[in-house]
Design a binder for this molecule. Structure first.
Ligand code: NAD
Length: 348
């Protein structure tokens, strides 16, 4: 099998963007290293049927930058990177493709550690791991990161509720979970156990029926999310759901969910704030999965994962307290907290 790695010109401020191709294995992937200033870049691999290469590059670069911020904020001693495999995960994915992807990761010599993201399972990662030791999130090791992501989002959501709604008691709070996949369903379980009134949406009818039956959730259509009267919105599907239009329509007073890049652009944070909506930056609250992955990279025990999860909820508290005191957007406060960690290391 022939694997070709081609260095593409990365966007300004990025370290590396690589196109990995292995036609015999059906692999076409992009690996982006945003920053290795705080350590080797780490971030999941997503498989998605992008409309074209430009869409894939847009996604992988935004996601890689988000990983730099996420890993820094979570205090993991890791930089930020991400990979995307171009294709339909249900139709195109094969063990040979995942092994070829593992070879591409290996060729980067440990500057990038990969793990699962949308469209990639622990079984897929096991195939990649046959070709590289830089693939983590493996069954029998740290395992599926999703439950850790859900636990982190839940802890941050309760802190956010205390600040935005005046109480961290979720009893009777109307919470809309968008996307009942690996993270969203686990989060919905925790919210139901905490007494929240769940409204759920997904494009997967079986997942909706299950949440109705098991959790007593109310179902709403995917295009009716912004018509619902809710207290908290938890986006757990894909990015870009909060646009200028949807931010104006949202009835929730708190946004806290797992999806990466929830804001279509940075200006949306201002619209939400002007409407009295507290938005908890996605990269701060969804770090549970990468915390789990980092425990495998560094060889840390379970107690370390729990301690880091507790720390991200503490960071949210600190961020919201500083935002209230300064009148700044929580997202800006969070970015500044990260820049304060990165700048001295960049200068050095
Ligand atoms: P997943 O693929 O298991 O779940 C996504 C769910 O969203 C699926 O059930 C899918 O049917 C649903 N969905 C897709 N389009 C939808 C739409 N238009 N409306 C409503 N539902 C829709 O993915 P996941 O692992 O649960 O991750 C969810 C999000 O969280 C992603 O954005 C991912 O990047 C992010 N994230 C995940 C982790 C993790 O540990 N898995 C960590 C950090 C961030």
């Amino acid at each position: 099998m022939t694997l070709t790695l081609t260095d593409l010109t990365p966007p300004p401020g990025y370290e590396r963007l690589v196109l990995a191709e292995a036609p015999q294995a059906g692999l076409r992937a992009l690996i982006c290293l945003h920053s290795t200033v705080l350590g080797p870049a780490a971030g999941g691999c997503r498989m998605w049927d992008y409309a074209d290469d430009a869409a894939a590059i847009h996604d992988v670069t935004r996601l890689a930058r988000g990983m730099t911020y996420k890993n820094a904020m979570a205090g993991l001693g890791l930089g930020g990177g991400k990979a995307v495999i171009i294709g339909d995960a249900r139709r195109d994915k094969t063990p040979a493709m995942m092994r070829a992807f593992g070879e591409a990761v290996d060729a980067l010599g440990g500057t990038y550690w990969t793990a699962e993201d949308v469209g990639i399972s622990p079984e897929d990662m096991a195939h990649a791991a046959q070709a590289t030791r830089f693939a983590v999130g493996l069954s029998g090791a740290s395992g599926d990161p999703s439950p850790w992501t859900a636990e982190g989002v839940f802890r941050c959501l309760t802190v956010g509720a205390r600040h935005a709604l005046g109480s961290d008691d979720l009893t009777g709070r109307r919470v809309l979970v968008q996307g009942l996949g690996h993270v969203g369903r686990s989060l919905a379980d925790k919210l139901a156990a905490a007494g929240a009134q769940l409204i759920v949406t997904d494009i997967n009818q079986a997942a909706l029926r299950d949440a109705q039956d098991q959790l007593g959730a109310t179902v709403c259509a995917p295009d009716a999310v912004f018509d619902q009267q809710i207290d908290i919105f938890a986006p757990c599907a894909l990015g870009g759901v909060l646009t200028e239009t949807t931010a104006q329509a949202l009835t929730a007073r708190l946004v806290c969910g797992a999806a990466n890049n929830q804001l279509a652009d940075d200006g949306v944070a201002g619209i939400l704030a002007a409407r009295g909506v507290t938005y908890l930056p996605d990269y701060v609250v969804n770090a549970g999965g990468i915390i789990s992955v980092a425990s495998e990279i560094h060889g840390h025990p379970d107690a370390w994962r729990l301690e880091r999860l507790t720390a991200i909820a503490g960071r949210v508290d600190e961020m919201l307290t500083r935002a209230t005191a300064s009148g700044d957007l929580p997202a800006r406060v969070a970015d500044r907290m990260v820049e304060a960690m990165l700048s001295p290391r960049r200068a050095a």
